[in-house]
Write a protein of this length. Structure first.
Length: 147
């Protein structure tokens, strides 16, 4: 259950000594050039790599595999810590174990601006993602969800 946003990304980058980080939203942070997401810097870095490798982006992008993702929002009455909800942390731990074995991931957090729990599951198999989303979101809905 990770925090999101440029501030949290840069905090983790500093903590671990990374000079590149980002979020799925498209915020890419190149610490050598700044501490916030900057699309122009990202574009220039991609062009630099293309020139250095002497290859078009279409060829360079072949090393990247995009996994299916499922994002589910649950409207909630209150933002109770997830560890206080029966079964939620167990489901999350089990899902993380299964998804990480196939290169996937899971992110469960509350929205910072709306009364919602947000679950992102990513992995190779959409049926597995749907099953975990149903279990985790169902447990949240049952305990603090809005009807």
């Amino acid at each position: 259950m990770l925090a999101v946003g440029d501030k949290n990304v840069i905090d983790e980058m500093l903590k671990h000594g990374f000079n590149f980080g980002g979020e799925q939203s498209g915020h890419l942070i190149f610490r050598d050039f700044g501490t916030t997401g900057d699309g122009l810097v990202a574009a220039l870095q991609i062009l630099r790599i293309m020139k250095a490798k002497g290859q078009p982006l279409s060829r360079l992008a072949k090393c990247w595999t995009r996994f299916p993702q499922l994002v589910t929002n649950v409207k909630v009455r209150e933002k109770k810590p997830f560890d206080q909800l029966d079964g939620v942390n167990k489901f999350v731990a089990d899902a993380e174990k299964e998804l990480s074995a196939q290169g996937g991931r899971l992110l469960l957090r509350y929205s910072g601006t709306e009364p919602k729990a947000r679950l992102l599951v990513e992995g190779r198999d959409t049926k597995t993602l749907a099953a975990w989303s149903k279990k985790i979101c169902g447990a949240i809905q049952k305990q603090i969800g809005v009807s």
